[in-house]
Design a protein around this ligand. Structure first.
Ligand code: SAH
Length: 235
């Protein structure tokens, strides 16, 4: 059951969940499954999978990053992962959920209001919004899961991050190659791959990884480039 998996998983991660959290994860799961009947929001099969692969996978960020009171942007959030799952555990963070698909951000707008978890929901391409002064270099932390390989991810996420802030990329464990391939682009963007945390998702044998990319200098004006250029090659 979702509640048991999350309570046990949080304990294994050393996280104290707020009193309301389990009820909120249940409501979130129900909303995801209902929305999935209308459009393809997320690939989840059943509450155990959602508990492990969505909620606990998101929560695993918390022991490895200080998010209390921080401004966070979840880039390519889809159904709200990892951002909204983190907000339930850490309600005092100031969260922005960004996705290119209006249907998804509309779902999240309604859901976060219903759950009483105020978030800003932004619709648009990250590489376009990251050029706007309203958003550029205004966040303490960017988070992302399953959006793009690290090199591409860095270019669409680091422009949002303040100098001194960081990008937390939730990755599978077999990403040594893509992390290495991202190094020169990350440097050009004003970042550095500062840490790689490898761990097993509690209650499973799934190896997971969080790559921490620190922003040490402002991102030069020419980034992010257009999507086609970003995808074609690094710098
Ligand atoms: N992070 C979620 C969703 C992953 S699917 C999870 O882990 O479950 C990838 C999502 O990123 C999709 O919802 C897609 O619309 C969004 N996306 C991909 N490229 C994007 C871009 N350049 N700007 C904004 N959103 C993007």
């Amino acid at each position: 059951m979702l509640e048991e998996i999350l309570a046990g998983g949080a304990k294994a991660l050393g996280i104290a969940l707020p009193e309301k959290a389990l009820g909120l994860y249940r409501a979130y799961y129900t909303a995801l499954t209902e929305a999935n009947r209308q459009f393809n929001l997320t690939a989840i099969e059943g509450e155990d999978q959602a508990a492990y692969l969505h909620f606990l996978d998101s929560l695993a960020v918390l022991p490895r990053a200080e998010l209390a009171g921080k401004t966070i942007i979840d880039v390519g959030t889809g159904g709200g992962i990892p951002g909204l799952a983190l907000k339930i555990a850490q309600p005092d963070m100031e969260l922005t959920l960004l996705d290119a698909t209006e249907k998804k951000t509309a779902f999240l707008e309604a859901l976060t209001a219903k759950l009483g978890l105020p978030c800003r929901c932004l619709t648009g391409r990250a590489e376009e919004l990251g050029r706007e002064s309203a958003w550029r270099e205004t966040f303490d932390v960017a988070v992302a899961r399953a959006v793009a390989e690290t090199r591409v991810l860095a270019e669409i996420c680091l422009p949002f991050v303040k100098v001194g802030g960081r990008l937390l990329a939730l990755k599978s464990a077999d990403t040594d190659g893509e992390l290495e391939a991202a190094e020169s682009t990350v440097r050009a963007l004003g970042g550095v791959i500062a840490a790689i945390h490898d761990y097993t998702l509690p209650g499973t044998d799934i190896p997971r990884r969080i790559a921490v990319i620190e922003k040490t200098a402002p991102t030069p004006e020419r980034f992010p480039r257009r999507w086609a250029a970003i995808q074609k090659k690094g710098v």
